[in-house]
Design a protein around this ligand. Sequence first.
Ligand code: SAH
Length: 252
Amino acid sequence: MRTPRFYCPEPIAPALRNAAQIQLEARLAHHAFRVLRLRFGDRVTLFDGRGGEYPARIHSLDAKRLMVTVEGHVPVERESPLRTCIVQALSTGERMTFTLEKCVELGATRFQPIESERSVVRLKDERAQRRQQHWQQVVIAACEQCGRNTVPVVEESSALVRWLAVLPTRARGIVLAPEGGTPLARIDLAPYAPADELLVAVGPEGGFTDAELELLEQRGFTRVSLGPRTLRTETAAAAALASLQACFGDFR
Ligand code: SAH
């Protein structure tokens, strides 16, 4: 079995220095004990999002409490040199989850949920905050699964117009549009410095309106096509990211 990977929000380095045991979150205790059936002495890998990963062993475990002994630090990252922010128009719960999970696996650097005119879902205050926390948790679980030690941030959702208004002028992006776009493999990324982040805007189930597409273009977004078939929003995000990694990122 592959060594299970667990995210720990607290810094792990001090525990390694002090040869101390650390207690992991209760959600992990349940998962490790009941689902993975781990026991005393089993190996696990921990990461805290502050760089690298930590080999560790289970010191004690039941369904509520998981204590581990940290044994070392390995400064490994599995990030793509192509930095991308998925600017995803709010779609329904399951689709959003799919987009986040798959795009983490495919190497997205950051997520910006966007309220667009045709977004079916609208979120207000407290619910929006709970949603964002839930999405961040989906991203963390995907990092545990796929080996990433850097955790992409899910930003607070924002209305498209409001978000564009505060976008730094040097930010550049593409907008996926079923009509009138340059085929993805032919876009020219030359104007982007490698460290720059490419914004990838994806419409909701009903697509962006013409006015929204024009607004994005005015802000320098290039219209990009993924072929003649209409993809569902969650397919479009994952397909675009996989293609971007193949053309410009770490699938090359
Ligand atoms: N009826 C809608 C379809 C929306 S599909 C419309 O005509 O706009 C949801 C989103 O996925 C789109 O807004 C777009 O961002 C992306 N998408 C789907 N298929 C695509 C394609 N073939 N090329 C580029 N983007 C696509």
